[in-house]
Design a binder for this molecule. Structure first.
Ligand code: CP
Length: 301
């Protein structure tokens, strides 16, 4: 494995997280450069994406690099039965870096083990989404002035939400207090509870939403991940359990910011968008700078 890969957020130490965030701030000040001149980045999206793919591709373009890749695996030789092993081995002969999204948990780790160039995990099933985590951390640091000692409320699909899993692990370096709000069927997986217990991370689980968010510094809303459900009836039961409405924010702290990795379905009412505490569209913009910093680190630039 190329040890410059970013497959899981715990591939970065706390110091590396802070170093990448500082670099992201530099890219925000000066997004355009030629530091990727002569480099080719392969963008392999086996699963749909809007923000992750386009912000990676924007980041690469703004740094003067070139992009090859696909957005639909059915147009590739995967549809003829080519294995992930063979695809990655071959693409790593073409490109200097691979950005990959895949539906199978562990696919990014596997790709990083067979690739000759670094691999950045752009989301693997319900497992991890570490580049999203870096933009989430960047957004939290920008809006709160710190990552330390924050009250983080996570709402919605905490079982299948890979952004939740990566963010929880990253924030564990910064003494958070977590509040998890989810229906029983979508509660935070046991493996993450064991991780928090082992690392003395404070957390509370709730099923009630309305009355408990007034202490929050960050309200991290998530979409119920329809594509991860085996039984569509199970999805129907939980899809509308928590909907954030503008009037629910009236007694919340001034510094509260509402984050969402997006896409949203209906878990945030549209009237929240005009509230100054709504930060999710700027959060998505921050993805360009965070991904520029991740790419620079992966290529030692
Ligand atoms: N946040 C996120 O991963 O969005 P996309 O699925 O649109 O890339």
């Amino acid at each position: 494995m190329d040890n410059r890969s970013l497959v899981s957020i715990d591939d970065y130490t706390k110091e590396e997280i802070l170093e990448v965030l500082a670099r992201a701030a530099e890219f925000e000040k000066n997004p355009n450069s030629n530091i990727l001149e002569g480099k080719v980045v392969a963008s392999l999206f086996f699963e749909p994406s809007t923000r992750t793919r386009l912000s990676f591709e924007t980041a690469i373009s703004r740094m003067g690099g070139r992009i090859v890749g696909f957005t639909d695996a059915s147009s590739t030789s995967t549809s003829k039965g080519e294995t992930l092993n063979d695809t990655i081995k071959m693409v790593s002969n073409y490109a200097d870096l691979i950005v990959m999204r895949h539906s199978i948990e562990g696919a990014a780790r596997y790709a990083s083990e067979v690739s000759d160039v670094p691999v950045i995990n752009a989301g693997d099933g319900a497992n991890q989404h570490p580049s999203q985590t870096m933009l989430d951390l960047y957004s939290i640091q920008k809006t709160q002035g710190t990552l330390e000692n924050l009250n983080i409320f996570m709402v919605g699909d905490l079982k299948y939400g890979r952004t939740v899993h990566s963010l929880l692990m990253a924030l564990s370096h910064f003494n958070p207090t977590f509040h998890f709000i989810a229906p029983k069927e979508l509660e935070i997986p046991r493996a993450y509870k064991i991780f928090m217990d082992k690392n003395n991370i404070k957390y509370h689980e709730h099923s009630e939403f309305n009355s408990i968010i007034n202490d929050a510094d960050i309200l991290y809303m998530t979409r119920v991940q329809r594509e991860r459900f085996v039984d569509p009836l199970e999805y129907e039961k939980v899809k509308n359990v928590y909907i954030l409405k503008n009037d629910m924010l009236k007694d919340t702290k001034d510094n509260l910011r509402v984050l969402h990795p997006l896409p949203r379905v209906n878990e945030i009412a549209v009237d929240v968008d005009a509230n100054p505490k709504a930060y999710y569209f700027t959060q998505a913009l921050n993805g360009v700078y965070a991904r520029q910093a991740i790419i620079a680190k992966a290529l030692n630039l």
